[in-house]
Write a protein that binds this ligand. Structure first.
Ligand code: ZN
Length: 134
């Protein structure tokens, strides 16, 4: 679809998407980061349908795109399907679905620790895969 859009049409679509995202991120539930509850998230995982702060977005990037696909609300280009997923889910629905009892399964709030832990894990797996190859 994007291939058939003119530059002006594409700009219009991008503007519309950004407007929708800016509206969504103000809504209760979305106005705080899905993971750490920091206010005013500017990032999102479009496959999970959640809004994230920059620190948690970094953690999600480390998880790999097979788990979480991270985009900036206003710096990246979005497809209509990705926007629709954000509308369908949102922080409250997604957290309810994946983690209905946060008191029993808290998300690690120390993002620095979680970040290095997850990145190191990903790095170690890559390293192991490389060793198998050579
Ligand atoms: Zn966060």
């Amino acid at each position: 679809m994007s291939a058939t859009l003119s530059a002006r049409e594409k700009k219009k679509l991008d503007d519309r998407h950004e407007k929708i995202l800016e509206e969504l991120v103000k809504q209760p539930g979305n106005s705080a980061c899905a993971d750490c509850k920091a206010s005013g998230p500017r990032w999102a995982s479009h496959n999970l349908g959640i809004f994230l702060c920059i620190s948690c977005a970094g953690i999600h990037r480390c998880l790999g795109t097979h788990i979480s696909k991270v985009k900036s609300i206003n710096l990246d280009t979005w497809t209509p399907e990705q926007i629709q997923n954000m509308i369908n889910w949102g922080n409250a629905n997604t957290n309810q679905f994946f983690n209905p009892h946060p008191e029993k399964h808290p998300i690690p709030l120390d993002s620095k620790y979680a970040n290095s832990l997850r990145c190191n894990f990903t790095g170690k797996v890559r390293e192991a895969n490389l060793k198998l190859l050579f």
